[in-house]
Ligand binder design. Structure first.
Ligand SMILES: [Zn+2]
Length: 102
């Protein structure tokens, strides 16, 4: 649940996995929120809002003028910061589908 009175809703929680050597890895969607770009190709920026959320911003959408308001994911962080991050659509298929239907 988002904090009462927040202006926006998060898209969901950051999904984590544990890699072969036991490090905590944050997994982000590999497709931008508009479903138009592969973040692998165009690049992305992850910005910690400092309020427990991470914004995953698509570089291609961000460069549009004016930038689209919906060019970034907002995902809720939980627990300690991951050692590193990777991008993978697989854990986010339901979210990707939900966003593209809205
Ligand atoms: Zn994009």
């Amino acid at each position: 649940m988002d904090a009462p009175g927040s202006m926006w809703q998060s898209d969901g929680d950051v999904i984590y996995r544990t890699d072969a050597v036991g490090e905590r890895v944050g997994v982000f969607p590999a497709t931008c929120r508009r479903g138009e770009h592969s973040l692998d190709n165009v690049g992305y920026r992850a910005h910690d809002t400092g309020e427990g959320f991470l914004q995953i911003s698509c570089n291609a959408c961000f460069q549009e003028t004016p930038p689209r308001y919906d060019h970034y994911w907002v995902l809720r962080l939980s627990g300690p910061a991951p050692a590193r991050a990777e991008i993978d659509d697989q854990p986010y298929l339901n979210l990707l589908r939900a966003v593209q239907l809205s």
